[in-house]
Every structure is written in C-alpha cells, then in structure tokens.
Design a protein. Structure first.
Length: 452
C-alpha cells in the first residue's frame, strides 16, 4: 500500500515506523529538517522536506497516487488544509488528526464534505477514553476486546510473589481459558515458549475469556477490589474530559487536584456524581499526606508537563497508591516512566497512531489492537483456506516464530487452543504477533485473497 504521512512528529514517526516494517511504501512530509533527518537515519521511508500545505510538496511525496494520506502534524489548521489538498490531489482515503474536535461541532458533515476526510480523530478524546477504560479495570494496565467482548487481551504487571513465578510455563496450572501471548522484561519483548519462566516485574500479555483472566490475576497475587478511590491531577482540557467520564462510572469516588484556582473553580461548578475538586499542587507532599492520597487505588496525572506528571506519580506511589497512570507527551520519556515503576504511561500521539493503524488494515482485518507502543499486534481474522482442505490443526498452520494463535471463535463458542486444536474454514481467529510478522500471518489465514 502507498501511504503518505504529513507530519513527522510523534504520531507520524510512530506510524511510519510500524507501516514501513510491515512492507508498505511510506513517504513522510515535514518542514522541520531535524525531524526529517531523524526519519532518514532511522527508517526505510521516503522523506520530503517541505510544507505539507503546498500542493507541489504533496505531489513530490506521491499523494496523488496514495492509497492513504494521513494528516498528523501538531497544528489542527495545518492538518485541515493538508487534508483538503490531499483529497483534491487524488488520495484514495484521508485521515484527519485534530487535537480539539470542537472545531467540527455542528458542522461535522459539512467539514467532511469540504475537506474530504474519511475519519477525524481527536487525541484528547482518545486519551480520556483510554484513562477511563484503565480505571474500569481493577488490575490490568491495558485491555482490548474482540469477538463482541468474548475474548480479551490484557497487559498485566507481575508485582507480587506468587506460585506462577520462576517455573517453566509448561509446568504451571493456569486457568484453561488463558494463554500467555507475550512477555515484556525491561527493554526486551518476546513471545514465550513452554520453557520460559516468569519473574517479578514482567509485563504479561494475556489472551482469554474475561472470567478466566480474572482467575489468572488472582493466581498472580492480585487482591479483590470493591469500591475504587481515584485521584486525578489536572483539570485542563483532557483532565476535564476524564473527570466528566469518570463521574459517570459507578463505584468510583473521584478527587481532582488542580493548582490553577480558575480551572478548579470551573470544574467544581460543573461537578456531578461522587466528585470532589481540590485546589492545590499535586506535587506538594504535605497536601498529599493531608488528603490521605496514599489510601487511593489509582492516581492519574494528566497535566501537560511530563516532569510534573512523573514527580506526582512517584510521590503518590511512595505514599501507598496501588496504581499510577500518567500522560506522556515526549516519546523519549516512555522508557523512563517504566523504569520509575509508573504502571501505565499514556501517550496521546501513540494512541492516535494506533487508531490510524486499525483504519489502515480495515479492509483486510475485522479488528486490530496495537499493544505496548507497537511491540505487538493482535489481529481478529476470518480463516479462509485454499484448496479442498478446509481445516487444519494449530501445529499445521505454520505460523511464523513470534506469533501465536490466541483464540478460535466458532459460532458462539470460544476456544483457547493448544497445538492439536482444529481451525476450520470460516472460523474467526485471534492472533498475537510481533509487527514484522503481520503479513506472514495474513498469508496463513487469507490464502484465498488476491496477492496472498
């Protein structure tokens, strides 16, 4: 597929990285020479240094012949103009990224017709939805659902001593409906074999049925949580959206800490449900102790200052908060967050890039999730086999190393398979894979399609 990316910021770089590794022909446009140099030195993509709102620059990048143009600079107005030009120049599909979707309020259809975009994505809304989904989950750091919710993929950090540690996976008595699809240990990520052992600090990518995944969490030492207390740092545009959404979640007591008195007063005036707004600095240890923040279940930092988010999460963790979630704006800080023990770092730009990746593959795959900032992907496919043989065991499929069949969905039945399990033509399969294996996985299950 020919894909043109306008904007070489965090979204553009993340997109270009994954798409180029999957074999797509990618061109990237950006007016910043330093960003362009970083792309040329790091990725196998065409880089055009120039203004993405000029037709001649877009044509040089091949937009007129592109199957998809993605407008993802950090400026909404630039994206809107680049979107209109890309559509007029002949790009088959166009994606518009906006920070603030209120620009389209009341005129969404008009803007869609005028600018020519297929979908518009808001980084703020994506972050708010991700944080709320994280709070809803009692222990998992990341959750994706497939097959109408019957199959889940969860990311879970092992923090407690338990019987599943330091034993080969093949010797563990795990719930029957759970499969360990991947393990992240420090900077390393791999799809485990039966001889691999789990350690404290590992982040596991688990595939299975919700009730069985709950059982695994208990086996891993997670305690039962009833009513949850959440502390939210920041009442900016993203913080307000998160607060509004969390106030609608049953069983959640929410406290918002905002140091700007005007913002704090504005949020307090519109507070509904079980929400309390405190005016103060969430990096003030005396305030945190006075408000007994350490007794909370979850601390969420949503300010636009990465350093303040890190400090606040560290303070909350030191006082006893069970889970910390922080918004991260600088890509270089993602690894630091993990080293500091912050449970989940949410990047608005990475979330946006991952949603765009779903759209890129929407013609070939039922649904897709990109996990761990691009370390792994989960594909929901309908199996189609060439020739007379319409069923194969898992062992006979020949999936590439680094990929694992996580679930088979047949009618209303969900099976978490073993090597002798049978996949039939027409079954839906959930496959966990490293990004570079996606095309090979598609060739296994979509062999009847042209080019596969």
């Amino acid at each position: 597929m020919n894909i043109a990316v306008i904007g070489a910021g965090e979204v553009g770089f993340h997109l270009a990285d994954i798409l180029s590794r999957e074999g797509h022909r990618v061109s990237v446009v950006d007016s910043d020479p330093s960003k362009s140099r970083r792309l040329m030195e790091s990725l196998d993509v065409q880089v055009v240094v120039g203004d993405g709102t000029r037709a001649e620059v877009l044509n040089t990048a091949g937009v007129s012949k592109a199957d998809l143009a993605v407008c993802v600079t950090d400026a909404d107005r630039t994206n809107m103009l680049a979107c209109a030009l890309s559509s007029k120049l002949g790009a088959k599909r166009v994606i518009l990224r906006l920070s603030d979707m209120r620009r389209l309020t009341g005129y969404h259809y008009f803007y869609k017709q005028t600018l020519g975009f297929d979908i518009a994505l808001s980084t703020q809304e994506l972050v708010a939805d991700e944080i709320v989904a994280t709070v809803r989950e009692k222990h998992a750091l990341e959750v994706e659902s497939f097959a109408d919710g019957r199959v889940q993929v969860r990311r879970l950090r092992l923090k407690e001593e338990s019987e599943i540690l330091n034993k080969p996976l093949k010797d563990l008595e795990l719930p029957r409906g759970v499969l360990v699809g991947g393990v992240a240990r420090g900077e390393n990520f791999h799809v485990p074999t039966g001889s691999d052992m789990l350690e404290i600090g590992d982040q596991l990518y688990l595939i299975g049925k919700a009730e069985e995944l709950d059982a695994f969490e208990r086996l891993a030492g997670a305690r039962v949580i009833g009513r949850r207390s959440v502390v939210l740092m920041g009442a900016g545009s993203i913080g307000r959206q998160v607060a509004r959404k969390l106030s609608e979640v049953s069983g959640v007591h929410l406290r918002v800490i905002e140091r700007d008195p005007v913002r704090a007063k504005a949020l307090a005036a519109e507070a509904v449900g079980d929400m309390m707004v405190l005016q103060g600095d969430a990096t003030d240890i005396d305030l945190l102790i006075e408000e007994r923040i350490g007794e909370s279940n979850i601390f969420v930092a949503t300010s636009g200052d990465d350093e303040r988010n890190m400090v606040a999460c560290q303070l909350a963790k030191s006082l006893g908060v069970e889970r910390t979630v922080a918004m991260v704006n600088k890509s270089s800080y993602r690894q630091i967050y993990d080293l500091l023990g912050i449970d989940l770092a949410i990047s608005p730009r990475v979330l946006c890039a991952n949603r765009i990746l779903r759209f890129v593959r929407s013609t070939a795959i039922e649904s897709i999730a990109v996990l761990g900032e691009g370390r792994a992907e989960v594909l929901d496919l309908q199996a189609r086999f060439r020739g007379k043989r319409k069923e194969h065991t898992v062992k006979q499929l020949g999936l590439p190393k680094g990929s694992v069949l996580g679930a088979i969905v047949r009618d209303e039945e969900v099976t978490i398979p073993h090597g002798d399990a049978v996949v039939k033509d027409g079954d839906h399969v959930i496959v966990f894979s490293v990004p570079e294996n996606v095309e090979a996985v598609l060739s296994v299950f979509r062999a009847d399609e042209e080019g596969k």
